[in-house]
Write a protein that binds this ligand. Structure first.
Ligand code: ZN
Length: 413
């Protein structure tokens, strides 16, 4: 049972106990179902919601040019942007994701649509426009305009200091990746972040996703390590989330750990684009904070359990043969991700005092899972958790709550 206060906070959690039900409380009976903390997606792209399953010929940079940039440009049309905003939020909530770090659109009207929809639907998110100085003409802006647009977005949508801790929606600074800038313009982004980070503005970007990209960054920035391009601009630190980090070497891993920068791990994306296997054992040994990201649309699912499923298979099959423990998988998909976003005091597990961000799962919707769980009823909770995470997919999710409020429920129940 999870006891939720009127303010939407967890006041108790554990096995069902009638005597713990507060007087007058409404009881929602989920017997036979499972309650987990809502999932946290630490990397997803809103303007790519209509670009799932696009064939890029096995090259990240070519896939961006031919599939992704044209899809992102479509959000110049406010009606397409509004629909995309509704669709991306609905897809996440339907997968039990209650919190997400979202790369936004380059178009201000599209960003307004996303922020408005997040507020209207009550999802928790950290969002920033995907800034680009170099790249296709319709997605880029000169650095001065880029800085102005980022500042405007922060002023318009980031909560004021007194509301910061309570607000569900926060703003991030999101330069797409190093190749969308040069040393000077990325330095200007670093200066902007230095100016706004004490207001709680997060930072996120891509890092070392693909060997071809790594080589291009080394050439363009004259650095020996991809991470150095960000490091030189002051873009590392506890509120900095670097997505992918697949081809990081020991120097980069040590520097990520030293600066307490965090990494969003996106194995379904790496599988889809053939980008390789992130050195998770080394990252964990170095103490780097990790969460999972769907990286939609390079990742082909909005489901964090499916990303966790891929993480297990990818790492157990890698040469280092790291068999992630079921508790590690759950941690990565929930409280680990919340920690990346500086939100682990509000969400990510069922500790009393946290917001009731919950997902309710009905195993009966997938009978093989229900059968497996009932066979494990008397067994170890670790085995049940593994079966649930690996086997629940999307169809078993029946209800998603943020701060105690139902924000999504399956209509055919
Ligand atoms: Zn991405």
């Amino acid at each position: 049972m999870v006891v939720v206060s009127d303010a939407g906070q967890i006041s108790a959690a554990g096995a069902w106990n009638q005597s713990s039900v507060p007087e007058g409380a409404a009881v929602h009976d989920h017997r036979g179902q499972c309650i987990l903390p809502g999932f946290v997606d630490t990397h997803a792209h809103y303007p790519q919601v209509n670009a799932l399953h696009t064939w890029g010929g096995g090259s990240l940079l070519r896939w961006l040019d031919h599939c992704i940039f044209p899809a992102e440009a479509e959000l110049a049309d406010p009606s397409i942007a509004r629909m995309a905003a509704k669709d991306v939020i609905d897809a996440m909530l339907a997968c039990g994701t209650t919190t997400a770090l979202i790369y936004g659109s380059q178009f201000s009207a599209a960003q307004d649509a996303l922020f408005e929809e997040l507020h209207a639907q009550g999802m928790r998110a950290v969002v920033g426009r995907t800034a680009m100085v170099n790249g296709p003409k319709d997605l880029t802006a000169p650095i001065d305009e880029t800085l102005r647009l980022c500042r405007e977005e922060i002023d318009r949508w980031h909560p004021r200091a007194e509301a910061l801790d309570d607000a569900l929606v926060h703003v991030a600074l999101v330069p797409r990746f190093a190749l969308s800038f040069d040393g000077e313009t990325l330095g200007a982004i670093g200066e902007l972040w230095a100016d706004v980070r004490n207001r709680g503005v997060r930072f996120t970007t891509h890092l070392s996703e693909n060997p071809e990209e790594v080589e291009a960054v080394r050439r363009a920035f004259g650095v020996s390590h991809y991470l150095d391009a960000y490091d030189a601009c002051g873009l590392l630190g506890p509120r900095s989330v670097l997505a992918h980090a697949v081809h990081c070497d020991d120097h980069e891993i040590a520097r990520l750990a030293e600066t307490d920068s965090a990494v969003s791990h996106c194995p379904t994306s790496q599988l889809f684009l053939g980008n390789g296997t992130m050195p998770i054992a080394k990252m964990m040994a170095a103490g780097i904070r990790l969460g999972l990201g769907t990286d939609v649309a390079a990742g082909d699912t909005f489901s964090l359990p499916e990303v966790a499923n891929a993480a297990y298979k990818v790492h157990v099959g890698a040469s280092a043969r790291q068999a992630l423990h079921p508790a590690e998988l759950l941690h990565l998909a929930t409280i680990g991700g919340a920690g990346l976003l500086g939100l682990s005091h509000r969400t990510g597990n069922l500790d009393p005092g946290k917001d009731a961000d919950l997902v309710i799962i009905d195993p009966e919707r997938h009978p093989p899972l229900a059968g497996r769980l009932s066979g494990l009823a008397a067994g170890s909770p670790v085995d049940r958790l593994f079966a649930l995470l690996m086997g629940m997919g999307r169809e078993t999710i029946v209800r998603t709550l943020v701060r105690g409020r139902v924000v999504w429920q399956r209509r055919d129940r």
